[in-house]
Design a protein around this ligand. Structure first.
Ligand code: THU
Length: 136
């Protein structure tokens, strides 16, 4: 799958964001190695803490459907009514990625549009990390 198509799917997911508090809408599209794509949006809560990011929504949907092998994720986000900037994943979402993805392989695409994006590997965004092997 082309990055452009994955980014398009992240934008479609962003339309479903539930953000009455921050008004910052995010979308993510997570590509599995078998070609499946799981999308997610951010979902906020009046109690604030239970809010969930788009990236974790996508990961938890995927894992709960039996997917464990991931290739890359496209992320978009912007404050409503404003043109988008690159939206980097929060630290909690980076750690969730670390649980299921190889840091030197998994790619994170930060998109401002379908044609304007940056690509990072997880190890660049979460260096010197703690993962499942540390508990083995
Ligand atoms: N958010 C995400 O969904 N992903 C990110 O990468 C950064 C932040 C959400 C959380 C919250 O609903 C809103 O954006 C503002 O922080």
């Amino acid at each position: 799958m082309e990055n452009k198509e994955l980014i398009h799917m992240a934008y479609e997911a962003q339309k479903k964001a539930y953000t009455p508090y921050s008004h910052f809408q995010t979308g993510a599209a997570l590509l599995c190695r078998d070609g499946r794509v799981f999308t997610g949006c951010n979902i906020e809560n009046a109690a604030y803490t239970p809010s969930n990011c788009a990236e974790r929504t996508a990961f938890f949907k995927a894992v709960s459907e039996g997917a464990r092998d991931f290739d890359r994720i496209a992320i978009v986000g912007n404050y409503e009514g404003k043109p988008g900037d690159y939206c980097a994943p929060c630290g909690v979402c980076r750690q969730v990625m670390r649980e299921f993805c190889e840091p030197e392989c998994f790619e994170i695409i930060l998109a401002r549009s379908e044609d304007d994006y940056q690509v990072y590997r997880l190890e660049e965004l979460l260096p010197v990390s703690f993962g499942p092997a540390n508990l083995a």
